[in-house]
Design a protein around this ligand. Sequence first.
Ligand SMILES: Nc1nc2c(ncn2[C@@H]2O[C@H](COP(=O)(O)OP(=O)(O)OP(=O)(O)O)[C@@H](O)[C@H]2O)c(=O)[nH]1
Ligand SMILES: [Mg+2]
Length: 193
Amino acid sequence: MNENEHTFKIVFLGDAAVGKTSLITRYTTKTFTREYLQTIGCQLNVAEIEVSDITIRLIIWDLAGQPRFDSVRKLYFLGSDAAVVVYSVTDRESFVNVDGWLQAFQRVVPTTEQIPLILVSNKIDLDSQRTVKREEGVKRYANQVFHQLIETSAKSGDNVLELFSIVTTLLIQFRLAELQERLSPFFFSSFGS
Ligand SMILES: Nc1nc2c(ncn2[C@@H]2O[C@H](COP(=O)(O)OP(=O)(O)OP(=O)(O)O)[C@@H](O)[C@H]2O)c(=O)[nH]1
Ligand SMILES: [Mg+2]
């Protein structure tokens, strides 16, 4: 394998219909679909990000949120390098369930500082239908082990690029010690250590 290519497994989790697939689709194809087409089991997506002469390849595992996939889902958590937990600001239950998603993930992947955990408040374009206040998201983030909170809209595209940029940046930061042994000196003159 090329020493300047690094592949990471990212899982997206959260209640059904909060917009996991929509966020990933918005990022990978710059499109948005109004129709809800539930994910069956798991859908894989690949995104490549060039950072200087380094290629970061994200294998994005888009996990189905419907309860009928509860039993298979934990198998998909294995080997994750980062987890993105999504809730919708228009769906209070999805916000309450954030803890459950985190715990389910941590039962399979005992979280260390090496695993970036990102909390996403999606559907911020639907401001008039909000049932979760912005401050509540911030408070939840402050109380938990998440490394970053970001508010997004898959519909308008707001903060979608930023979300994936945060994931990539955290992966580089958290894996720096590991990457340091393998990467060229050029990388470190560009990014610092
Ligand atoms: N207004 C608005 N609608 C959104 C947004 N993100 C997703 N949706 C809509 O919400 C519905 C569900 O979106 P999905 O992306 O399929 O949800 P999911 O989390 O992947 O659902 P599962 O695959 O069942 O777990 C669809 O009708 C989308 O069009 C958003 O940011 N704003
Ligand atoms: Mg989906």
